[in-house]
Design a protein around this ligand. Sequence first.
Ligand SMILES: NC(=O)c1ccc[n+]([C@@H]2O[C@H](COP(=O)([O-])OP(=O)(O)OC[C@H]3O[C@@H](n4cnc5c(N)ncnc54)[C@H](OP(=O)(O)O)[C@@H]3O)[C@@H](O)[C@H]2O)c1
Length: 283
Amino acid sequence: MANRIVISGAGGQVGRALAADAGRRGLDVLALTSAQWDITDPDAAADIVARGDVVVNCAAFTSVDAAESEPERAHAVNAVAPGIVARACASAGARMIHISTDYVFSGVVDGPSRPYDVDDPTGPQSIYSKTKLAGEQAVHAALPEAHVVRTAWVYTGVGSDFVGVMRRLAAGEDPVPVVVDQIGSPTYSVDLASALLEIADRPAAPPLLHVANAGAASRFELARLVFELVGADPSRVVPASSEDMPRPAPRPPYSALSGRAAAAAGLTPLRPWPDALAAALAR
Ligand SMILES: NC(=O)c1ccc[n+]([C@@H]2O[C@H](COP(=O)([O-])OP(=O)(O)OC[C@H]3O[C@@H](n4cnc5c(N)ncnc54)[C@H](OP(=O)(O)O)[C@@H]3O)[C@@H](O)[C@H]2O)c1
């Protein structure tokens, strides 16, 4: 019998996509929202996790800007709680998949200027990214064989994610300024969910993986393709710089992820980002 998949943060973007995909495949799934499982609570983790489970931690404090003014909460959820979950997995005899971020890289101009590999040095620049990197380390300290999966720029195409917002703005008439100086790997939540389930089925998969749709794009290029695909005029998306649109937390100027290590381990590479975007917007 397949192992039970236990999902924390199941009300979030990735958690929902994962629970839906696992449900479609008829897997045994326990999908718990933040109200049902607070991952900062050690007793809850010990009660929930059972021998043989594959726990996928999709819970995080993901508001990159809010983390700058709420560092204690970001630290508790992103840095400490993943270790609590990993310890519960270690004592129960469960496996764990933990989700992390491309923002652990600095993306500075003298960086690799090629998609980041798993063994490239990290250099987190914001509270969010520092706490996420600490969370990766806490997971591996408690459960070295846990799979830490870094992903990037995740969207569903509906709602408040970047692609969902661009899709909504495309229906208007105003010019839409979008930054040209942030380059990353746009990743469709459906493709990420499928990759997570493949890893859930592969205990020998490596402990650190990058999982993102292939290729790299600036926010500007991504927005332009959204407009094009929904039949709006892409020239309404106008180039801006991060300096023109200041935010509380710095973003890496370049944080595209390479799927080389995952492919070398025999995992299915994710399709190129424009194909995934077209599929998302066609739904
Ligand atoms: N979205 C991206 O572009 C992106 C990029 C790279 C990596 N990631 C990573 O992907 C993972 C999933 O993110 P997402 O995009 O699905 O974000 P999301 O939509 O914000 O979902 C995160 C979920 O975590 C829950 N949560 C927060 N604190 C919790 C706690 N103490 N206990 C249990 N649940 C808690 C939230 O519930 P409430 O809403 O009730 O607080 C929310 O449902 C995160 O690890 C994130 O760092 C995301």
